[in-house]
Design a protein around this ligand. Structure first.
Ligand SMILES: [Zn+2]
Length: 250
């Protein structure tokens, strides 16, 4: 019989929780891609989703990692990217948020997240959530201690159809305290023929978001979350196009 502190998922999380690129960059920007990966350990059988659903936007932000990597290359900026699916535990939610380990996502039930025991929930926090956020925090701590400027930007993508509704918006700049930084990025994007808006298609919620409020706003640092519609991030040319729009503004 297993001890009550022992998870059924013991031993499954063998790859690192994150990939850190250009750690020693001198650029003030730290790029974060919390929803970079759709990887779920094979033993978890896609958490009971069908194979198609497990490849959709609910599992990851399609195109976001490619865009984040392109921005990191272009600017020479540090990038911290997750190596596991957001469905296991969402790295952009506080650890005790109700949808941290979502029992359903948009129109999809996630059977493998339903009726999870506390030991397994805690195991995911320890294996996936804690390493990612500890690394981000220490990265920021080191630079702040050196008196260096730090800006934190999360790179995300959103689905063009949500609960059956088409979304005409092409990109959003989400912010809490960093109003001027956000406005500068919005003004820069508005010089192109793009449908962009502030705090759409989502808003930063201090109780529902992690990266911007915790690593940025609470520390008095400039922090944004960029959302690009994922049908615009499907080819290398389009990745380059969006990196070209964003790189000079971040
Ligand atoms: Zn996302």
């Amino acid at each position: 019989m297993r001890a009550c502190t022992e998870s059924v998922e013991q031993g499954l999380y063998t790859r690192p929780a994150y990939t850190l690129s250009r750690e020693d960059s001198e650029h003030p920007l730290i790029l974060v891609c919390e929803h970079a990966s759709r990887f779920i350990p094979p033993a978890l059988n896609d958490l009971g989703l069908n194979a198609d659903a497990a490849r959709q936007h609910i599992a990851w932000d399609i195109g976001a990692l490619a865009l984040a990597e392109r921005l990191s290359e272009t600017l020479g900026a540090t990038l911290l990217a997750a190596n596991y699916s957001r469905l296991l535990i969402d790295l952009n939610r506080p650890r005790h948020a109700p949808d941290s380990i979502p029992p359903q996502s948009e129109i999809y039930q996630v059977p493998g997240n339903q009726q999870l025991d506390e030991a397994t929930r805690e195991h995911r926090r320890q294996m996936l959530f804690k390493p990612f956020h500890t690394r981000l925090q220490t990265l920021i701590d080191e630079r702040v201690a050196q008196g260096r400027p730090v800006r934190v930007v999360g790179i995300h993508s959103f689905t063009p159809v949500y609960y059956g509704q088409q979304r005409p918006l092409e990109a959003g700049v989400l912010f809490g305290e960093a109003r001027q930084y956000a406005q500068n990025v919005l003004d820069g994007l508005a010089r192109h023929p793009l449908k962009v808006a502030g705090n759409q298609p989502y808003k930063i919620d201090p109780l529902g978001d992690m990266t911007v409020p915790v690593h940025g706003d609470a520390r008095g640092l400039q922090a944004l979350l960029i959302e690009v519609r994922n049908d615009l991030l499907r080819t290398p040319e389009n990745i380059d196009r969006w990196a070209g729009y964003l790189a000079p503004l971040l």
